[in-house]
Design a protein around this ligand. Structure first.
Ligand SMILES: Cc1ncc(COP(=O)(O)O)c(C=O)c1O
Length: 370
C-alpha cells in the first residue's frame, strides 16, 4: 500500500474550511449552473445534425497523433478558415480545449524579459499560462484602468495585457475600448479571452470584440466551444505569423493528440448553427434584464451577461443557501473561497435561453423567502 497520508492532511484542511470539492452526479433540476447558454448541448436537432455529418463522412473518433505528426485531418484547415472568416481574423488555430489554448498561447508568446499585466480576476487557465511563461507578471485591480496604466507606465519592455471580455466569476464585461487605447499608448499587446461572450454577445454571437469592431486591435483572441457552442475545443485568433509561431512553440498544441475529426465536425456544425440563434439570444437578454431588475435580499452584482452573481459571504452561509435551492429543484452552485476571496463567496446563477420566466420566478420566490 502506498503512503498517501500527506495528501489526506491537505484534504482535511479543505474539509475544515468547508471547501472540499467532489464530483457531482448530473440531475434533473432546473439548470441554473451550466455554461450551455444557448441550450445547444441539449438541442436534439443540433445533436442529430452533428451525428449525421459524422456518419455521412465516417469521421473517426480518434485522430492518431499530434497535429504535427499524423493528426491533422483536412477538416481542421477547412474549419479554421470558416472560423477565421466568421470572427474577422487573419488566421485561426484550433486547440483541444480553452485550457490548452490559454496555457499554450500565453506560455509560448511571453518570454524572459517580457512582461504580462493581467486583470486579477482572469481564469485559472490564463494564470497557468502566465506561470509557465518566463515573463515577469503583474496583476492590476479588476477592470481598473488607472491601476493598469500605473503598471504599464513603469514597464520598459515588451508587454502583454491579458483580460477576459466577460468575467466568469463576476459576469461583468471588460472596458475593451479603454484597454485598447491604453495598450496603444504604451505599446502593449492585448489578449482577450472571449469564453463567456462566444455565442452570446453580438448580433450573431460573435463576441464582444467584434461587437465593438476592435478585432484588428487585438493581438490574440480566444473563443471556446464548450460553453454556448455546446461542443468542445477552442480557437486562438490572430495573425498569420502568430499562427505559425504557435504551431512551432505552443506545447499544448505540439505535445498532445489532436482533437478527433468527429469533434472538429461538431465544431464546424456549431459555427453553422449558433449565428442563427437570434431568438434564443433575445430571450436570454430578456431574462437577464428581468433578473437584474428584481430586488433580492442579497448583494447582486450588476451584469448584462448570463452570469448573475449574488454575494453571500462565508462558505457555510452560501453552502446552506445553495443546498436549500437544490432541494427546491434548482441547480445552482455555491462558489466558495478559496476559488473566490474570503468574504466574496457567492451564488453563481447562469441563465440560459431554455430557462423560462416561470423558472426565474420560482428562483426569485425561493430567494425572497429564504
Ligand atoms: C474564461 C475562461 N477561459 C477558459 C476556460 C477553459 O475553457 P475549456 O473549458 O474549453 O477548457 C474557461 C472555462 O472554464 C473559462 O471560463
Amino acid at each position: 500500500m502506498q503512503n498517501d497520508s500527506f495528501l489526506l492532511e491537505k484534504l482535511e484542511v479543505r474539509e475544515q474550511d468547508l471547501a472540499l470539492r467532489s464530483l457531482k452526479k448530473q440531475n434533473d433540476r432546473i439548470d441554473f449552473c451550466s455554461n450551455d447558454y444557448l441550450g445547444l448541448a441539449r438541442n436534439k436537432a443540433f445533436q442529430k445534425e452533428i451525428n449525421q455529418e459524422v456518419a455521412r463522412n465516417l469521421y473517426a473518433h480518434g485522430s492518431t497523433g499530434s497535429r504535427l505528426i499524423s493528426g491533422n485531418h483536412p477538416l481542421f484547415e477547412k474549419t479554421e478558415i470558416k472560423i477565421a472568416r466568421f470572427h474577422h481574423a487573419e488566421e485561426a488555430l484550433i486547440f483541444n480545449s480553452g485550457y490548452d489554448a490559454n496555457v499554450g498561447l500565453i506560455s509560448a508568446i511571453a518570454g524572459r524579459g517580457d512582461a504580462i499585466v493581467y486583470d486579477n480576476l482572469i481564469h485559472a487557465s490564463l494564470r497557468d499560462g502566465i506561470r509557465l511563461s518566463l515573463a515577469t507578471a503583474y496583476s492590476f485591480l479588476h477592470n481598473d484602468m488607472r491601476n493598469l496604466e500605473e503598471k504599464l507606465k513603469r514597464l520598459k519592455r515588451r508587454s502583454f495585457v491579458v483580460v477576459e471580455s466577460v468575467y466568469s466569476m463576476d459576469g461583468d464585461e471588460a472596458p475593451l475600448e479603454e484597454l485598447i487605447s491604453l495598450c496603444n499608448r504604451y505599446e502593449a499587446s492585448l489578449i482577450v479571452d472571449e469564453a463567456h461572450a462566444t455565442g452570446v454577445i453580438g448580433e450573431k454571437g460573435e463576441g464582444l470584440v467584434q461587437q465593438l469592431g476592435i478585432e484588428r486591435e487585438c493581438f490574440a483572441r480566444i473563443h471556446t466551444f464548450g460553453k454556448a457552442l455546446g461542443v468542445h475545443g477552442a480557437v486562438v485568433l490572430g495573425s498569420k505569423t502568430l499562427k505559425q509561431y504557435l504551431i512551432n512553440y505552443a506545447r499544448t498544441l505540439i505535445y498532445t493528440t489532436a482533437l478527433p475529426p468527429s469533434d472538429v465536425a461538431a465544431i464546424s456544425v456549431a459555427y453553422d448553427y449558433f449565428p442563427k440563434m437570434k431568438e434564443e439570444r433575445k430571450h436570454l437578454q430578456q431574462l437577464i434584464s428581468h433578473f437584474q431588475r428584481i430586488n433580492l435580499p442579497f448583494g447582486k452584482l450588476p451584469s448584462n451577461t448570463p452570469i448573475q452573481i449574488l454575494i453571500v459571504p462565508d462558505n457555510e452561509e452560501v453552502l446552506a443557501l445553495a443546498n436549500t435551492l437544490q432541494r427546491k429543484g434548482l441547480d445552482i452552485k455555491a462558489i466558495l473561497s478559496p476559488t473566490v476571496p474570503k468574504g466574496k463567496e457567492r451564488l453563481r446563477i447562469t441563465l440560459h435561453s431554455f430557462n423560462t420566466f416561470e423558472d426565474i420566478q420560482r428562483l426569485i420566490v425561493c430567494l425572497q423567502n429564504y
